[in-house]
Design a protein around this ligand. Sequence first.
Ligand code: ADP
Ligand code: MG
Length: 255
Amino acid sequence: MSAIMKLDGIGMKYQSPQDEITALENITFEVEKGEFISIVGPSGCGKSTLLSVMAGLLPDYSGSVEICGKKVAETAAEIGYMLQSDQLFQWRSVWQNVLLGLEIRRMKTAENMEYAKKLLKTYGLYEFSDKRPSELSGGMRQRAALIRTLAVRPEILLLDEAFSALDYQTRLAVCEDIYSIIKQEQKTAVLVTHDISEAISMSDRVIVLTKRPATVRSIHKISFDLDVRSPMACRETAQFRVYFNDIWRELDVHV
Ligand code: ADP
Ligand code: MG
């Protein structure tokens, strides 16, 4: 395996007229191609800031971010970014929503539209192409948002609390769903979440951040004795509990 993303000594400060907030300090790690990484940390520690730096959305960071061997600002096409809310437009049909990323990037070729259609078919949304997002369940909307992100063929998916807005039962089902799509499409993924169980059940490694300013507290390699891995199957193993207790103890949320 080789590193697809390299973060070296990342720091980030927000400036306001009154003061300066240091959100990130000296964050260094690499992400391997095909790896699923989760980043956990206390609320407000700087998780979203870190993901925004990786996405090239915050230019004022210090240190270096390299993606596919390039400086992050030049790699927009390599990155797919998904947020907590599905960000689908209600006045557009599912199909028109899925095409949005291609339109914005001026990539709406016949070949890419065919690929988007194939994704909808493979992942069970094709017959809902003409529906409005409001006619879909929360889980289906999240799947549609992922298909829109995949349609531009990014190398790396950045997911910021992508499942947190869903109720617990739906969240379990959507994690199952999205995990298998990401694996099938052989993508690299970085998930930011405050949910330790979600992180462990989906990841090859879990990175624990300290409270603000976020630094890397520890990195846990996660593996399970399972023939076929799925988030749900992971949750039912004895190893899962051990990882959970280790990581939970390290989160600076306990008073
Ligand atoms: P998390 O995602 O871990 O909850 P964030 O990365 O959103 O944390 O925020 C980290 C810190 O930076 C918080 O204290 C937050 O208030 C601050 N912050 C985030 N965005 C901005 C901004 N645009 N301007 C000033 N401060 C910000
Ligand atoms: Mg956040």
